[in-house]
Ligand binder design. Structure first.
Ligand SMILES: Nc1nc2c(ncn2[C@@H]2O[C@H](COP(=O)(O)OP(=O)(O)OP(=O)(O)O)[C@@H](O)[C@H]2O)c(=O)[nH]1
Length: 354
């Protein structure tokens, strides 16, 4: 039987903060390529997750599915920008919407709907604010040519009878190509979503090697994992005012042969990272009494890094104050890992010339 032609394309996941975009990306890719926390605005950069979909033969209950490579683009949550960092994050969203083959508009199905019949609402009304933010997110779809799938996420948390009004509400807001119901966390509805995505992709060769999962080099995934632990363990402003930069990354050297009766040791990767905060008070919180907080963050990050790299890891963390860095365009740009990668490449080329 002749096989179906290969399909490939870029699919952006957009939606409000906390809708579950990174959870969906990880669930589809099958590996943690993006960090996830319960805090809004966890994702700051566009992250690609690459997914190979094998060909599926025709069954009586479903049509055949061609083999495909889906390049998913996770984006920061859509929000009105106030700082330079916010602006940068929104630029990442706009970039992700350009020349896409399909877009997933992800909605947290547990969000209450705004009810205009309830009359005038004051500024502090969370429902009203929520409607305004939804409208802002939807406004980004206006200029998108690609088909947009409405994906209602977190359906594990709501009763079935509440879904129909939700679908009706959202269907009037945009001409969606399809509506899908999923739970990214419980991995429900993902097969169906994937089939819907593949059906929208053009015939094309793959964009990435078949075994590549993400475009994000390990060095930057490591910085993200450290930031994830900061988000998990600290409160108030600290998570939002923190940025992580890997300052030193030493690949493991050769491992000594174990002596008789000794367990062989895994190689050791040495990593030093700087955590930038905006004020000395935040630095004090991050370090904690007697260094306990930083130790907790470091230990949790090290354990996860060891799993990621498959080596032992020696991790050093330094906390540095950079006043109001979120409002500094230059610094925010420096934090972009694609830029850092360029700078590292230039440094290496200089060293090679010397
Ligand atoms: N119950 C449930 N929780 C979910 C589901 N999907 C995501 N979550 C949770 O929702 C929270 C936010 O998930 P993220 O994946 O970080 O959301 P995001 O849209 O990437 O967030 P930003 O980075 O802020 O834009 C986390 O606590 C997830 O565990 C789901 O299907 N069901």
């Amino acid at each position: 039987m002749a096989s179906l032609p290969f399909r490939s394309g870029f699919v952006s996941i957009i939606g409000r903060p906390n809708a579950g975009k990174s959870t969906l990306l990880n669930a589809l890719v099958g590996e943690k390529v993006a960090i996830v926390t319960h805090k809004a605005q966890t994702t700051r950069n566009r992250i690609l997750g690459v997914l190979e979909v094998p060909e599926r033969p025709k069954l009586r209950s479903r049509p055949a599915q061609p083999p495909a490579q889906v390049v998913l683009v996770d984006t920061p949550g859509v929000h009105k920008p106030s700082t330079q960092l916010d602006k940068r994050m929104m630029q990442e969203v706009h970039d992700a919407l350009e020349s896409r083959d399909a877009v997933l508009f992800l909605v947290d199905a547990t969000h209450r709907l705004h009810d205009p019949a309830a009359g005038r609402v004051d500024k502090d009304d969370r429902k009203a604010l929520s409607a305004e933010e939804d409208a802002f997110a939807l406004s980004l779809l206006r200029n998108v040519d690609a088909p947009v799938i409405l994906v209602l996420n977190k359906v594990d948390l709501i009763e079935r009878e509440k879904l129909l009004p939700l679908i009706q509400h959202w269907s009037t807001k945009h001409n969606f190509a399809q509506v899908m119901l999923i739970s990214a966390k419980k991995r429900d509805g993902l097969e169906e979503l994937l089939s819907a995505i593949v059906a929208l992709l053009p015939e094309s060769d793959r964009y990435f090697p078949a075994d590549q999962l993400t475009d994000q080099p390990e060095r930057f995934l490591a910085a993200e994992l450290i930031r994830e632990k900061i988000l998990l363990y600290t409160g108030e402003e600290v998570p939002y005012a923190s940025a992580v930069v890997i300052e030193r990354w030493e690949e493991p050297g050769p491992v000594k042969k174990p002596k008789k009766g000794e367990e062989p040791k895994l190689p050791l990767t040495k990593i030093a990272a700087a955590i930038f905060v905006e004020r000395s008070g935040q630095k004090a919180i991050l370090i904690g009494k007697g260094g306990t907080m930083l130790k907790q963050i470091g230990t949790a990050a090290r354990k996860e890094l060891e799993g990621l790299l498959g080596t032992r890891v020696f991790l050093e963390l330094f906390v540095k104050v950079r006043e109001d860095w979120r409002s500094s365009r230059g610094f925010v740009e420096e934090l972009d890992w694609r830029r850092q990668l360029e700078a590292l490449g230039e440094q290496q080329a200089k060293r090679d010339d010397e």
